[in-house]
Write a protein of this length. Structure first.
Ligand SMILES: [Zn+2]
Ligand SMILES: [Zn+2]
Length: 371
């Protein structure tokens, strides 16, 4: 079928992207879903820093690539052998499919699926190959989703069904920001007994970590929740979400504030250093950010030993999407996780380059494309 989608043509074009237009919105051909796959009509898709990282070259991926890895939509048709979802269901897509059979999948989310990672790096679906083409030439999938389009063919092992009362833009944001930021708290940071939580880097993922930490205060698992970002506007925003304090990285260091659980969601080596420095004796530093592969941080190994500390790398919030997304939906429905507060703007598919500029400026938390 013919679809409309946002294709990254070239990596590393100069900013502003509104002028250099690295992403073109064009017509493409989408093949029918193969065995184990489904066709989804996309309703909403969020713009994430991991999309920007492909545009600016911090994460090198094959191009042309149809971007977008945080999306939700309605199942329109099923390939052979798909069970558990039906035509008409609303589904959330997660950016790492789980084959469910490899040794890593048996670790309950702690390790990323091996064939899923291989397919993602190749710009293919988990079942192998691509379903997207333009003028007879293949176009790569982004992380098994390619949600910046009117429709997508995805592997059934990339999706989680949600009830129809979950609005599309909320459902979309569950797929990356909430799975990653929420999982950093619930699956990796594991605050207990009134632990304070510091979150460094207040984009969609960081803000989702803040919301999740705040949700645990009612049970007494979390004490103070502290947001850290270099942008003053983000500090105002995190206070508005209910954080107890907000600092720039420099202010955090000067104040000497430390916590048993510190989450780094900025994807920058300096932010990682700040996170390690802000972790208390016996505490856990959880890093979910995705810096440039060449980036290096400087930390003192001695403090890890002398202060009995742990550093945890957490991909996709150590999530098992089909286990965790229903949990977040329940929290949202109970009013404990106001996911809608992450959404800072709604844009159209044709505004994608401007949206990438807003992300790069650090002025947006989560912009969502509505179809
Ligand atoms: Zn993302
Ligand atoms: Zn696997």
């Amino acid at each position: 079928m013919r679809i409309r989608g946002a294709v990254l043509e070239e990596i590393g074009r100069s900013r502003p992207y509104a002028e250099s237009s690295p992403i073109s919105v064009s017509e493409l051909e989408l093949a029918d879903p193969g065995p184990g796959e489904l066709l989804v009509r996309i309703e909403a898709a969020g713009l994430c820093h991991s999309d920007l990282s492909v545009v600016d070259g911090n994460r090198v991926r094959p191009v042309p690539m149809l971007l977008g890895h945080e999306a939700a939509g309605i199942v329109e048709s099923l390939g052979e052998g798909v069970s558990g979802v039906a035509v008409g269901d609303r589904v959330v897509m997660a950016f790492l499919p789980r084959c469910g059979e490899c040794a890593n999948c048996l670790t309950d989310g702690q390790l990323p699926c091996t064939p899923g990672s291989v397919a993602n790096n190749a710009g293919e679906l988990l079942g192998g190959g691509r379903r997207l083409s333009r003028d007879g030439a293949d176009v790569h999938h982004h992380l098994g989703v390619s949600g910046f389009a009117t429709h997508a063919v995805v592997d059934a092992r990339s999706v989680t069904r949600v009830d129809s009362d979950v609005p599309p833009e909320i459902a979309a944001v569950l797929g990356c920001a909430v799975l990653t930021g929420g999982g950093a708290v619930l699956n990796a940071g594991l605050p207990t007994d009134g632990d304070d939580v510091i979150v460094i880097g207040l984009g969609g993922v960081g803000m989702a970590a803040v919301l999740t930490a705040l949700s645990l205060r009612a049970d007494g698992a979390v004490g103070r929740v502290i947001g850290v970002d270099a942008q003053p506007a983000k500090l105002d925003a995190v206070r508005a979400l209910g954080a107890d304090a907000a600092y720039t990285p420099q202010e955090l260091a000067e104040a000497g504030v430390r916590a048993p659980v510190v989450i780094e969601a900025a994807g920058h080596p300096k932010a990682f250093e700040s996170a390690v420095a802000a972790t208390a004796v016996g505490g856990r530093t959880v890093t979910v950010g995705l810096p440039n592969p060449a980036a290096r941080s400087e930390i003192s190994p001695l403090v890890l030993t002398a202060e009995a500390r742990t550093i945890i790398g957490s991909y996709l919030g150590s999530a098992v999407p089909q286990r965790d997304i229903p949990r977040y939906v329940e929290m949202w429905r109970a009013g404990r996780l106001p996911v809608e507060k992450l959404i800072s703007g709604v844009i159209t598919l044709d505004q994608i380059n401007e949206g990438m500029d807003s992300l790069a400026d650090g002025t947006a938390v989560r912009q969502v494309i509505r179809f």
